[in-house]
Design a protein around this ligand. Structure first.
Ligand code: SF4
Length: 247
């Protein structure tokens, strides 16, 4: 797909009534496991590109060319919309773009959890694989649950930190209404990711009691992050995520 075709696809998406607006803003970005791929503009837009990349890795030249083309086509579109609104993107005061972070401490805890978890998974990969193999000999279903739990923990490890970060950003001049909406949505998906990670870690703990100290520490970290998010956004779980909470 070239830049023109991609741009055409972008324009077509805008008129499709079957897509749920904004669904991808408060999802967990786990498209492989998402029940709304056919209703998600973000997925429809990138699906063709991804399938072209099945057998290439991140270092593939085509991957970076596609990304660069997507950036250009998207930026062209943004520039056109900005012009319509009388905004000159070439002359933006940098001070206007600075975002403050509301609660640095929660962010730091979330980042620390994510990095520690990635390191833990990496450092114990041999033992984790060994456990999965042993479980496979006993019961295929249990082995699958264990494997899924590892995937869940891995998927959400850094995702939580990214969403906590977004939920804590102070958007400056953006109207309070929108800021509050976006922050609650981000806080809610962060909490959902935390709850799922807690469940997955519980399952891993059950199968790997030798790692109790590490796993309990992770569970405590997650519980604290969740508690702190809810202190800032007590009504976060009332937020209705487009699509996901409309069933
Ligand atoms: S809504 Fe589903 S398909 Fe769309 S980006 Fe999120 S996880 Fe992927």
């Amino acid at each position: 797909m070239d830049k023109q075709e991609y741009r055409k696809k972008l324009d077509e998406l805008g008129s499709r009534k079957d897509l749920i607006p904004g669904i991808h803003n408060y999802c967990d970005r786990w498209c492989e496991r998402c029940p709304f791929t056919s209703k998600c503009g973000n997925y429809v837009l990138t699906e063709g590109l991804e399938s072209n990349q099945e057998d290439v890795d991140l270092n593939n030249e085509k991957f970076w060319k596609d990304l660069s083309m997507i950036f250009e086509a998207t930026f062209d579109m943004i520039r056109e919309h900005a012009e319509e609104l009388g905004i000159d993107l070439d002359n933006i005061d940098e001070e206007d773009c600075k975002l403050e972070v509301k609660n640095v401490e929660i962010e730091e805890h979330a980042r620390e959890y994510g990095l520690n978890m990635i390191n833990w998974l990496k450092g114990n990969s041999e033992k984790l694989n060994e456990t999965a193999q042993k479980l496979l000999l006993v019961d295929e279903n249990i082995a699958l649950k264990f494997k899924n739990a590892l995937e869940v923990v891995q998927w959400y490890s850094l995702f939580i930190s990214a969403k906590v970060h977004r939920s804590m950003l102070d958007f400056g001049d953006v109207p309070d209404e929108y800021e509050d909406y976006d922050q609650k949505g981000s806080a809610k998906i962060a909490i959902i990711a935390i709850d799922r990670s807690i469940a997955a870690l519980g399952l891993i703990l059950e199968k790997m009691p030798d790692f109790e100290d590490d796993l309990l520490r992770f569970l405590a970290q997650l519980a604290k992050i969740k508690r702190d998010i809810l202190k800032v956004y007590p009504t976060a779980m009332e937020f209705r995520r487009p699509g996901f909470d409309d069933c």
